[in-house]
Design a protein around this ligand. Structure first.
Ligand SMILES: [Zn+2]
Length: 108
């Protein structure tokens, strides 16, 4: 699993619509009682998100600005690399080959 896949997994909600715990990664996060002043809660590390109404607590728990910013930065990097180094076969361009190191064999 690469970095992007790990970050995307952190934005994958469970059946209750809650993202994995940002502290321990557990996907068993629940909202105990769901009333005014409740919070999303991780039974594995006992982390509790910001309190509020159910919708406020879910929104606060699921707010992951750093992960979204990292994914946006990765996307920008990939687009910049694609612009710099067009590997599509339709362009007719070929990548220069690295010279072989002396003594290196060929892989089967
Ligand atoms: Zn946790």
């Amino acid at each position: 699993m690469n970095v992007r896949e790990r970050l995307e997994a952190m934005l994958n909600p469970n059946a209750d619509g809650l993202l994995p715990c940002p502290w321990c990664g557990s996907t068993s996060v629940v909202g105990p009682g769901w009333g005014v002043g409740q919070c999303a809660w991780c039974p594995d590390c006992e982390a509790c998100g910001p309190r509020g109404t159910q919708s406020e607590a879910i929104a606060a728990w699921n707010s992951r600005p750093f992960i979204r910013a990292l994914l946006a930065a990765i996307e920008q990097r990939d687009e910049a690399l694609a612009d710099t180094c067009d590997l599509s076969s339709s362009s007719g361009a070929t990548m220069p080959r690295m010279p072989k190191r002396p003594g290196s064999g060929t892989r089967a």
